[in-house]
Write a protein that binds this ligand. Structure first.
Ligand code: SF4
Length: 253
């Protein structure tokens, strides 16, 4: 093996160890050597079962759905948004993240989780051994819920979606789940858990416990924005993600 390859392996191993420690890990639970060859090769891919044959059709179906959502005005959020924010990632992902709704940055860019909370979510995904392109990221509502609906250019103008808005928009999330067929869904924050599980319990009580939504495993956890406000919650999210990773690896709880 060439010196450059050794250096690449060492640098990746160091970065992985630092990331684990950063997320409150006290022991290394998993360090598969065949995944430490290069950054690209260490990224987990969606299951090969779904890669054979259905890639194009899922992609096409998502494209068609996007067109419908782009022109949707089924609830009042559709009147004030700059962009409908459908989702990003693989149309055959095993792992799907569902947040509550787009904020200022997402409304402007037309992509979910691109602000500070989104950057933190990307880090979580990478620590899990994936990249954004290999998972699917979306929200319960596809348009920006604003406090002041007259000014989409105003910062700090976000609010959680109402139950009615979530119920009205959930048809599209259900369609995305039906098309993508993830092995597991991670809901981020109280609103998305409430919408999918119809649970009134606080997120602190239901996080970390695997539930089911339409026959698909579902893990409720904190929203990355909550982690920005309170970094002590990072440890809990990492614990929840370890359960998700174990399920993705073994399909056992
Ligand atoms: S939030 Fe959903 S239901 Fe409401 S207008 Fe946007 S896409 Fe349509």
């Amino acid at each position: 093996m060439k010196q450059l390859e050794y250096l690449k392996i060492l640098s990746l191993s160091k970065r992985t160890l630092e990331e684990y420690l950063n997320w409150g890990e006290t022991e290394i639970v998993k360090m598969p050597t065949d995944e430490i060859i290069s950054t690209e090769e260490s990224v987990k891919m969606p299951s090969s079962k779904k890669q054979s044959g259905s890639v194009l059709s899922s992609k096409e179906k998502i494209k068609i759905l996007k067109k419908t959502i782009d022109s949707c005005k089924k609830c009042s959020l559709g009147s004030n948004r700059l962009n409908a924010v459908i989702g990003v990632g693989s149309p055959i992902a095993d792992l799907m993240f569902v947040g509550e709704g787009p904020g200022f940055d997402e409304d402007h860019k037309g992509e979910p989780f691109v602000g500070k909370a989104g950057q933190l979510l990307t880090r979580i995904i990478e620590v899990m051994g994936y990249i954004r392109e290999n998972v699917y990221i979306t929200n319960v509502v596809k348009c920006h819920p604003m406090i002041d609906t007259t000014n989409p250019e105003k910062r700090s103008n976000d609010r959680p979606p109402s139950l009615l808005e979530m119920e009205t928009c959930k048809y599209y999330l259900d369609k995305q789940i039906e098309i993508i067929k993830p092995k597991i869904i991670v809901t981020l924050g109280a609103s998305s858990a409430k919408s999918l599980l119809h649970s009134e319990e606080p997120i602190s009580k239901i996080r970390g416990i695997i539930k089911e939504y339409k026959g698909i495993k579902l893990m409720p956890t904190y929203h990355p924005a909550a982690l920005l406000r309170n970094p002590n919650l990072k440890k809990f999210v990492w614990d929840d993600m370890k359960i998700v990773m174990h399920y993705l690896d073994t399909e056992k709880i």
